[in-house]
Design a protein around this ligand. Structure first.
Ligand SMILES: Cc1ncc(COP(=O)(O)O)c(C=O)c1O
Length: 422
């Protein structure tokens, strides 16, 4: 018995060592960019915004679907957080679609899609995505976070070096690291610096892929893609956008950043998510049949992972249908964003001049922003304080605007803010 316990202990210790060794080797194997570890706070590994609740001792528990009014810790709040731009996450049509799909097909197919894991729910999402974006085909997978990774892996024969915006989202950075290609960065939203860096860093014959967010999540800024395209074309390169916040929101038909700029081109690629504007869950890419087939073949996820669960997939399909058939929601979203942006400007702050429903600005100190955030909460309004990627060291106050906020609710936010700031 004693002997058994001893050998169990030895085995545990060996497993632990092996685990550590494998983790370290694993990190090296995926060319983990060690320099990120030594960077200052608020950089790659700084998840401050996510741990804010722990840091400041507030634990927020959302007890309803997100919407203009959201139940948090038992209290209904006028809510300006998150990314549910059309409030579809709690829409009864999506909820019912989810219930029906689970009743019919179970939770998920319990096998990968290269085997028997295709079912009518998943295929319907892809059909609806292709229809929405006007492409031949689409590939739907479990998370928008994987979008840049899948695109960068699928396109790996078309480029040699990744040139990335310095404040790109974690999804872009992790996606880039997974390719084991050389990664260089350029200054945030700066086409001149992009040009400078490419001239300096590219060796003869090397082709770049530019990787960037289509909308940056903290300030809601849109990168200057037409200027990037000019630079990238001169280096025979391609562009990959993480359009997580753009799809459904930007462009006359909600097709994202490329549509916003009126750009088309066979060297422009984007990935999106169904978790934000569309109210479901999961990521996707779209394109020609051959491109999508190639992407499925070149990335492990099609054959090596359980696909998205049927509940959120069916909800996503319904969300795509609703966003496609109700362009007035997008117009309302833009109008609401403009009302709040104008109001924040009237209070003396500079905010971006675009239709993105994300509005962020800083006050003199983190303490002052937390004071405003907390006082608004006392008065029944959630205006998050955030130190998410791209935020200055002190953080920002950041409002997400929804198509379903009423004008009165937007005015309430502005008038409460005015009281706090004067
Ligand atoms: C820019 C960006 N890309 C990707 C994601 C991840 O998308 P998903 O939540 O669908 O995994 C997010 C946030 O959620 C994001 O802000």
């Amino acid at each position: 018995m004693k002997e058994n316990r001893k050998s169990f202990k030895i085995k545990m210790e060996m497993d632990r060592r092996q685990f550590i060794q494998q983790s370290v080797l694993g990190m090296v194997a995926v060319s983990f960019d060690w320099k990120y570890l030594s960077k200052k706070k608020n950089d790659y590994l700084d998840y401050d915004s996510e741990s804010l609740q722990i840091q400041w001792g507030d634990m927020y528990v959302m007890e309803s679907a997100p919407g203009p009014i959201t139940l948090i810790n038992g209290r209904p709040y006028l809510y300006f957080g998150g990314t549910g731009y059309f409030c579809l996450q709690g829409n009864p049509a999506l909820v019912n679609a989810a219930i029906e799909a689970v009743k019919k097909y179970g939770i998920h197919p319990a096998t990968s899609r290269s085997g028997f894991g295709n079912n009518p729910v998943l295929l319907d999402v892809e059909k609806k995505l292709a229809d929405y974006f006007g492409t031949e085909d689409a590939f739907y997978f479990v998370s928008g976070y994987l979008g840049p990774l899948i695109l960068l892996q699928a396109l790996r024969d078309k480029y040699d070096v990744i040139v990335m915006d310095e404040t790109a989202h974690f999804a872009v950075k992790d996606g880039a690291s997974s390719t084991r290609k050389r990664i260089i960065t350029f200054k945030h939203r700066d086409p001149d610096d992009l040009n400078r860096v490419l001239k300096k860093e590219l060796k003869a014959g090397e082709r770049p892929v530019l990787a960037t967010d289509g909308i940056f999540p903290t300030f809601g800024a849109i990168p200057p893609i037409p200027d990037y395209l000019e630079v990238i074309n001169s280096f025979n390169g391609i562009i990959v956008l993480d359009d997580a916040h753009s799809v459904g929101v930007l462009g006359a038909n909600g097709k994202g950043t490329c549509e916003y700029y009126g750009l088309k081109g066979d060297n422009l690629y984007f990935s999106g998510t169904l978790s934000k504007a569309f109210g479901g869950e999961g990521g996707f890419i779209v394109g020609s049949k051959s491109f999508i087939e190639d992407a499925k073949a070149k990335t492990g996820i099609y054959s090596g992972a359980t696909p998205m669960g049927n509940a959120t997939a069916a909800a996503a399909a319904k969300g795509i249908e609703i966003v496609k058939n109700h362009p007035e929601m997008r117009k309302r979203l833009w109008k609401n964003a403009k009302i709040v942006k104008d109001g924040i400007r009237d209070l003396g702050f500079e905010v971006s001049d675009n239709p993105v429903p994300i509005i962020a600005w800083s006050l003199i100190s983190a303490d002052e922003m937390l004071r405003v955030h907390r006082n608004l909460m006392k008065n029944g309004i959630v205006l998050p304080y955030s130190k998410y990627i791209g935020a200055p060291a002190g953080g920002v106050l950041r409002a997400s605007i929804f198509s379903e906020h009423t004008e009165d609710q937007l005015k309430e936010l502005l008038s409460q803010l005015k009281k706090q700031l004067s």
